[in-house]
Design a protein around this ligand. Sequence first.
Ligand code: FDA
Length: 517
Amino acid sequence: MAVSGRALALIFCFLCCYAPAPSSAAAADFLQCLSASVPSHLVFTQSSPSFISVLVSSIRNPRFFTPGTVRPLCIVTPTNASHVQAAVLCGRSHGVRLRVRSGGHDYEGLSYRSERPEVFAVVDLSSLRAVHVNQAAATAWVDSGATVGELYYAVAKADPELAFPAGVCPTMGVGGHFSGGGIGMMMRKNGLAVDNVLDATLVDASGSILDKQAMGRDLFWAIRGGGGESFGIVLSWKVRLVKVPPKVTVFTITKAIDQGAVDAVTKWQTLAPALPDELAIRVIVQNQQARFQSLYLGTCDQLLPVMSSRFPELKMTRADCREMSWLQSTVYINYGNADMPLEVLLNRTTSLSTFTKNKSDYVKQAITKNSWQKIFPWFNGPGSGLIILEPHGGQVSRIADGDTPYPHRSGVLYNIQYIAFWSGDGRASTSWINGLYKFMEPFVSKNPRSAYVNYRDLDIGENAVVGGVTSYDSGRVWGEKYFGAANFKRLAITKGKEDPGDYFRNEQSVPPHVSSK
Ligand code: FDA
């Protein structure tokens, strides 16, 4: 039978991309090894009656809960650090890789599924979720398995004038969220979540527990924004808490096209990154409307003159202001409802009703009004979803691009998150998000077209495995978009020193690179 060159190339690619899976004997040996150190009730194999309920417990996106999804051999749910160490040591001894899951919000599901047919186990950290607040020192230690909502709640209950600057969705896990940076409504005042990380504990590829000092400069740098999974399993984080006033002010003002939405968004692009650091206004564009959603770290009396002088187009009045505690504002901004009990922040329940696909961009030069007039009609057709524009500037942009792996700092006006969602047939929504992303290319950052690692998108590239390790060249395709060329190289060199055998890996983990300098 004749085999074409293209078919040969595909076969070759298949061979080099798919490392041989461990045999079922190795998988059995792995489970046997685990049983020596981890109590059996914390390990769920595919034959355990609770396997599916544990697997699904933090899955957000039903795209990755299908009969065809490559599922883990087992799920380990550690209740102390030694269980995590045992999983790493047993996994390495028997050739079973681990996927780490904290909150399960990864947009591509990489914390609990594999794109490739490989044997792996999930280490689910949801039982390691303590938060210890040191009010006097304004610091906290938070376990990776805590959710952002649990962190916010614990901090503000300890002292209502303390807070932490991280993302909007309360059910996100601290472990994955901090690993990718953590952008949120207070980043203009206080930077990203990782800009406020003071120390951390990590189980590395040799199963040792390292703190900041033992990690050394490069590894501690890498785990603060270099993306989850690549460098080990972060157990806990010491964070600096920030001061907030007893009352903050929130507002949401919606402008339809005939109410000046296009003009307002056009102006917002350069205005929002230059506003006082205490004021964050993000925009959600959906259904031919722009929704301006704001958090101001001060009172309505202080905010009104700023809005009338700097952004009169919004026509904001006192009636738009809602004053509340910072903790209540986190509920308001996520749920759009200030009357829900604060305890909603402790609810970890997720729903499997909505399929989603997300992509991201960064904008450094304001998009013209004429172009926005062409962008808005995208939010009117079949399958149309929404975009969220998150202003940078302020503290997040004052920090140098290389101080953490998150490089989207100086000169960035705002980040765009594209969200497509559907509940039945996803073809219209998928085609909408792909079409809009293509349409936006001329308007956004270039060479490379940047993206945010926490808004994971496998369309921008996946690792190839060559000679048993992830290839640096394949990683550069997606890695330079997330981290910039210099930061990506530093991440890869750090990976080469810390995990040269590439034990911790997934479809977009940092590849090991041996420095040629
Ligand atoms: P998950 O457990 O799925 O992990 C994500 C990645 O990190 C995986 O690769 C995983 O292996 C790895 N990982 C997890 N825990 C680890 C650990 N302890 N050590 C090492 N690696 C670990 N982002 C943002 O910046 N601001 C925002 O406002 C939002 N809002 C938002 C809303 C919603 C509804 C979703 C679904 C997502 C967001 N995000 C976001 C994106 C979010 O920051 C991103 O998905 C995080 O990776 C989620 O962290 P989890 O721990 O929940 O994910």
